[in-house]
Design a protein around this ligand. Sequence first.
Ligand SMILES: [Zn+2]
Length: 390
Amino acid sequence: MFAVKSVKQSLVPSSELASMMEIFRFMVNQCIKIGLENNTATMRKLSLLSYHSLSEYDIQSKYKLTAISQAAGRLSQMKRSIKKGIRAKSPFVSRPYLVSCYGFKINGMFLSIPIGNRRHVNIVLKDYTISKLSEKGAELRSFTITPDSLSICIRKDVKETTPRNVIGIDRNLRNVTISTCTGPIMYKTNKLLSIKENSSYVLASFKRYDVRVKKHYQRRLGNRRSRRIQQYLHKISKDIVQRAVQTKSMIVFEDLKEIRKLYRKGNGQGNKYRRRLNSWSFHELQRQIQYKAAWEGIPIQFVDPKRTSQLCPICGDKIQEDRFQHRKLWCTNCKRVMDRDIVAALNISYKGWSRFCHPRGLPNEVMSGNSGNLQPVILGINGSKLQNLR
Ligand SMILES: [Zn+2]
């Protein structure tokens, strides 16, 4: 199984590269036009139709091939969206860029890109990029240059580890809770909320009637906000994946779908509440963990989030909300107060374990038959016990 990731660094392209990027953009747009006229999105048909029309461009033929494949990718993306019922615009590339998977090399600290007539452009790589590229088993796949960045895609052949433990991840607005074999860990994410609140406050206070200036300002502030949030989440996802590698665990998420539908206008919620929940970046953490775990060979599974914070992880009985404490639950059977987020994380890892790790596990609710059994929470569920539950 191959894992793919890319390394990005900032870059200001030279004038030669910039003109190549502009030519590349024209070629992609021309191929898209031809594809739309002939209603085709397959690479083979598109290259037969458009390769000769690209002869007017003064660029190496390997870039023509990648331009065709870029156009084919964008066209098939559009077709997929139409199939799903999403109203899709015809694709058009407005920013110059350059992609290729042929003929480039890493020479020490340089990335050398062919530009024709046996000439090359050398780009200085940063230390971080070099360290990622020289990782064991990593192969170079392709590079992408945009007006402000260079990213290099690398691939590694990874063997998926057979999991011995489970890490269940419960994502909430103010924290991310994981349950590991050594105990639950809670990462506070209050900082993200304050970043979002502050930036929306600053945006609202900016008053100018010129729409262009306003848009420019909004874009800059929005980019800064998403960079800060991403950076914050990278720390959490890195830590979680490292723990999974150390304990040889599988990572289990709850499958959150259609979460935004819950907080739409007219659902009887306040504006501020809806803004907070609609800007909840639950997917970004999942995306980061998915690619980082794939790179290390850690398997990832999803379970149904239904009833994960309603059942006791110890006895499996229905659990009640504690009226006197915020976000605490009270199990009448075990006579215990438990944290709501930890309960959810434990239940998620139970579900994941019973479903994906145990060969004859029950399809869901493994704890439901266990009622009255006052045992501490142990993640490695005894197999023989499970069979008796049937
Ligand atoms: Zn209980």
